[in-house]
Design a protein around this ligand. Structure first.
Ligand code: ATP
Ligand code: MG
Length: 502
């Protein structure tokens, strides 16, 4: 239908009101939206970024101030255009952008008013804003010109700088819409979001933050510490061989890591090493595009699942920004899929890393196989009857055997006690607690004074010696018994001290 107007086409400009709502729905959250702004600051050669989250109820604001190369007025106006550059253009190899959309889509996902002030060296300050309510009302994409007094004079701070850019978000309907500034719950929620942003940025930009003098990010004036997903400096981290892949002269590097067993880390380090969302979520491939982390733990639909026993596997992948199309990079820089010709190699590397990671997870050192171990090794037996599991105390264990043997008149009582313990093992509670918190399971004698371990070891030693076994055989058995096999040094020390006794 062309209303009778002659010609080969109709001009159909997008309806601002409708398009705004679509631009707001790219699937960002606060963390990914802020990260998109930081991408722009880094691409502008920034050294220092100040992020400020100001709680004022519904009038809360977020601002980001950088000292990058800034923009002239003309460049700023273009930067504010949705679709400010063509995604097909070749980008500088260090550029973190692609689509010419991030500034707008990230901001609109969080706020209804986006104001950007910028200053390029030698230029005056230029300030422009998108006020979505205004655009909606006038039905036109009218980009507002603001003066340096705008927004609590935050933009006038550019006057004393050589160059830099300030982005201000106001009217954040999604984060604080309608909130009363005196409502403590809403305020706490706001600051919880700030914490989530901190952890996300510490992860996504850790490489920039690790390189001294490269970049510093301050959040409400506090410097942000990087989070290294690979614990590269920990002695118990396994560095598996690096593999380079070339494709059309572009290089991709894959470096698998297996992180240390929980027993090698103190509680605080373990907690922090898990990363945002925790250990289980953070396993898999980590894809860096120009040093910026875009995928932080994912098995990339290669057929692996995020299981507790594979969680120590983390695989680093470095890709350049010239392969965005091959890797299906999206506007938010949160998705990447390996191109078809790399999938088999990635699967192979994942399988190998998972195997190693599982071995470390299952046991910190060697694993005692139940099938081949002697009768004396385990204090507990696992039994199945009519498909139901039950647990009994191993009567052939040297200590248990000795107690029963020597209990004389109390033998019946001792046997009754063992039966009582066996029948009342709190299996449901153990299952509940270990599913909720699989990493917090206590290992035998973990964090206990070594005298406790030695006292038990000594009693077992005496029991075995009293059956007429020689010291060498007793020593060998102790070394392979649970839980002493986990403490080889203490066993050797103990055996040496016992040699003197005999
Ligand atoms: N902090 C900044 N300092 C200097 N220039 C900036 C800054 N933020 C944005 N720009 C300019 O604005 C342009 C548009 O930014 P925008 O984030 O919308 O798109 P992009 O970064 O080019 O691509 P993408 O959509 O992938 O993020 C950038 O290409 C850059 O030239
Ligand atoms: Mg961008």
């Amino acid at each position: 239908m062309n209303s009778g107007i002659p010609g080969a086409y109709d001009i159909v400009n997008p309806d601002p009101g409708a398009l705004i709502e679509s631009l707001r729905a790219f699937g960002y959250n606060l963390e990914t939206a802020v990260a998109d702004l930081i991408d722009n600051s880094i691409a502008a050669g920034t050294r220092n970024i100040h992020l400020d989250f100001t709680w004022k109820g519904a009038e809360s604001t977020i601002s980001i101030v950088d000292d990058g190369h800034g923009m002239s007025e003309e460049r700023l106006v273009n930067a504010m255009r949705p679709g400010s550059s063509n995604p097909l253009d070749t980008r500088d190899p260090s550029d973190l952008g692609r689509f010419g959309l991030g500034l707008k889509t990230a901001s609109f996902s969080q706020c209804r008013k986006l104001t950007v002030g910028s200053k390029a060296p030698g230029d005056a300050i230029a300030i422009r804003s998108w006020d979505l309510d205004y655009v909606n009302k006038c039905g036109e994409w009218r980009l507002r010109r603001e003066n340096p007094d705008y927004g609590n004079k935050i933009f006038s701070s550019l006057e004393t700088r050589k160059s830099g850019t300030i982005v201000l978000w106001e009217n954040m309907d999604r984060l604080v819409g309608g909130a009363d500034r005196n409502d403590p719950k809403r305020r706490d929620l706001f600051y919880e979001h700030v914490d989530a942003v901190k952890s996300h940025l510490a992860m996504v930009f850790h490489r920039f933050l690790e390189t001294r003098n490269a970049l510093q990010i301050f959040i409400n004036n506090r410097p942000l510490e990087p989070w290294d997903p690979f614990m590269k400096n920990h002695p118990a981290t396994q560095h598996l061989p690096e593999e380079p892949f070339s494709h059309v002269e572009q290089k991709i590097i894959v470096r698998p890591y297996v992180l240390p067993h929980r027993s090698k880390l103190d509680d605080k380090t373990f907690e922090r090493a898990g990363g945002p969302g925790g250990w289980n979520v953070r396993q898999g491939f980590y894809i860096y595009r120009n040093n910026r982390l875009i995928v932080a733990g994912d098995w990339l639909a290669l057929g692996f699942r995020k299981e507790a026993h594979t969680k120590l596997a983390r695989i680093l992948v470095d890709i350049p920004n010239s392969m965005d199309d091959d890797w299906k990079i999206d506007v938010r820089k949160s998705v990447a899929r390996p191109p078809a010709h790399l999938r088999d190699d990635f699967k192979r590397i994942a399988r190998l890393t998972i195997e190693r990671a599982t071995a470390v997870y299952r046991h910190r050192g060697k694993i005692v196989e139940r099938q081949t171990a002697g009768d004396f090794v385990f204090p507990w037996n696992t039994n199945v009857r009519n498909g139901t599991y039950f647990y009994t105390i191993n009567r052939k264990h040297p200590l248990v055997g000795a107690v029963l043997e020597n209990s004389g008149d109390d033998k019946k009582k001792t046997e009754a006690m063992l039966r009582l313990i066996e029948e009342t093992v709190p299996v449901p509670t153990i299952i509940l607690n270990s599913t909720d918190n699989p990493d917090r399971l206590h290992r035998p004698f973990e964090n206990r004074p070594s005298e406790e371990l030695l006292a038990v070891m000594e009693e077992i030693w005496i029991s075995m010696i009293s059956t007429g076994m020689n010291a060498a055989e007793v020593g060998k058995r102790l070394t392979s018994m649970e839980p002493f096999c986990d403490y080889p040094e203490q066993v050797s020390e103990f055996l040496e001290s016992m040699e003197g006794e005999l």
